[in-house]
Design a protein around this ligand. Structure first.
Ligand SMILES: [Zn+2]
Length: 460
């Protein structure tokens, strides 16, 4: 389902570090290495998790559709203060919490169609390498030990504040000053936290303890993707301090870090009345239960990835209805356009928008226009004209990771033929013949439905 070879994708993406849209140029032609900060597994995934997962899944799928070989790394943070707190509150082993939350995470990701990462490194499997990095940072004078851990000195990193797009003085003013604090500056952050009695811990030269969150991702991304990997992504809330602090450690360690930084916008949930009526609507699992599991992807695509999105009952229902129209079209064009090259002009317009900093709202508009045009041509029985458009429709959906349900095609040729014959009989008002075919389909084990787009069957 690749675009025609006449189309050369020239993706331009906003780069947070540069503060501007610029060409995305992979380190190795034809290959893309990307790292997206994954979940801390201590609770169910919320809508913000769903959005970053979908935004970067769309980017990954688009790059793959464009013919690039993508290595996608997204970590699992399986040791963290919040995990320890929950384990203490519930009097359960912390591993039981991380394992069950990770299983829920992947069930939700599978449901919304997010491809599994190429690698999903777990923080607890990388502690030795994190200890080695921290030792090098102390050696280099970038970090120091206190009675409760090891801290990093961002003041030593010349361009600290690059991702926050603030200078170091204003960041220092904003930093929280703890009452009892051995930190040299409020802006310093923990690389290693010494364990209190009963806490999970790993050995280190500074006593048993656990790594700080910012140290995980810098170690795992460089280990799996190598220096100067192509893209580091996450939600806008991770920009500072998390990504800034990852980057600062890499700089202090003399490493070339990510070459392009991509951040997606926030998720808003509608007004108070709405959240009351929907209860725990910020939970991704609830959204999947209430609406078509594909609806959230469509909602995300309808907004630019850097803009905030609003999720509410109305637009979730509208997205579900829009997907039903795609499904209806997919059934109408079942068998049409297979093996036919997609319409070049349509694909070029689509690629033009996607390459423009992933302008998915405009790319979706191209898909919507294609749907209208296919229906128009089918209405005048222009089959030859429909086929390249049908191929383009399917190809564009693949590029953004939207699946369509064209059950008629999926149920097999014989049933599909019978459905068409039944539709012909109904069109000719041959009711007895139509009923006869319905009985025949039911005898084959199908549930038969009349829909505005004709006879639809599914295995009962
Ligand atoms: Zn991270």
């Amino acid at each position: 389902m690749n675009p025609p070879t006449t189309v050369t994708p020239m993706l331009r993406l906003f780069d947070t570090a540069a503060g501007t849209v610029r060409p995305f140029e992979p380190r190795t032609p034809g290959k893309v290495s990307m790292y997206v900060c994954g979940p801390t597994v201590y609770g169910p995934p919320h809508l913000g998790h769903g959005r970053f997962s979908l935004v970067f899944d769309v980017l990954r799928r688009y790059l793959e559709w464009s013919g690039l070989d993508v290595t996608y790394v997204s970590n699992i943070t399986d040791i963290d203060d919040k995990i320890i707190d929950r384990a203490n509150t519930e009097q359960r082993p912390w591993q039981e919490i991380t394992e069950s939350c990770e299983a829920v995470w992947y069930r939700a990701m599978d449901a919304i169609g997010v491809k599994r990462p190429t690698h999903d490194p777990h923080a607890t499997a990388y502690v030795e390498q994190m200890v080695a990095l921290i030792a090098r940072l102390i050696e280099a004078g970038a970090a120091y030990e206190t009675s409760d851990g090891v801290y990093f000195r961002p003041l030593e990193v010349g361009d600290y504040g690059l991702l926050a797009r603030q200078d170091i003085e204003s960041l220092q003013v904003g930093a929280r000053v703890d009452v009892v604090d051995e930190k040299e500056s409020p802006i310093d952050f923990a690389l290693w936290k010494k364990a209190k009695p009963g806490e999970p811990s790993w050995p280190s030269p500074w006593g048993d303890g656990r790594p700080g969150w910012h140290t995980e991702c810098v170690v795992m991304s460089l280990d799996l993707l190598g220096e100067g990997f192509d893209l580091h992504g996450g939600g806008q809330d991770l920009c500072f301090p998390h990504h800034e602090n990852e980057r600062a450690q890499a700089v202090a360690d003399g490493k070339v870090f990510a070459r392009h930084w991509v951040h997606n916008g926030f998720v808003m949930v509608d007004d108070e009345k709405m959240s009351k009526s929907l209860g725990n609507f910020t939970n991704l699992l609830d959204l999947i239960d209430r609406y078509d599991a594909r609806a959230y992807r469509l909602l995300c695509l309808q907004s630019h990835y850097r803009s905030p999105i609003d999720v509410n009952e109305k637009n979730s229902a509208q997205a579900t209805a829009a997907l039903e129209r795609y499904d209806a079209l997919a059934r109408r064009i079942a068998g049409l356009g297979d093996g036919v090259p997609p319409d070049t002009a349509t694909i070029e317009r689509f690629v033009g928008h996607m390459d423009d900093d992933l302008n998915t709202p405009r790319a979706l508009a191209v898909i919507a226009e294609t749907v209208t045009e296919i229906n128009r041509r089918l209405d005048i029985e222009d089959i030859a004209g429909t086929e390249p458009l049908a191929a383009a429709f399917r190809s564009m959906l693949v590029a953004v990771g939207l699946t369509v349900d064209d059950e008629v095609a999926a149920v097999g040729d014989e049933a599909a033929t019978l459905c068409r014959q039944r539709d012909d009989a109904r069109a000719a008002k041959e009711w007895a013949r139509a009923d006869e075919i319905r009985d025949q389909l039911q005898a084959m084990g199908y549930v038969v439905e009349d829909t505005p787009t004709g006879t639809k069957v599914r295995k009962g």
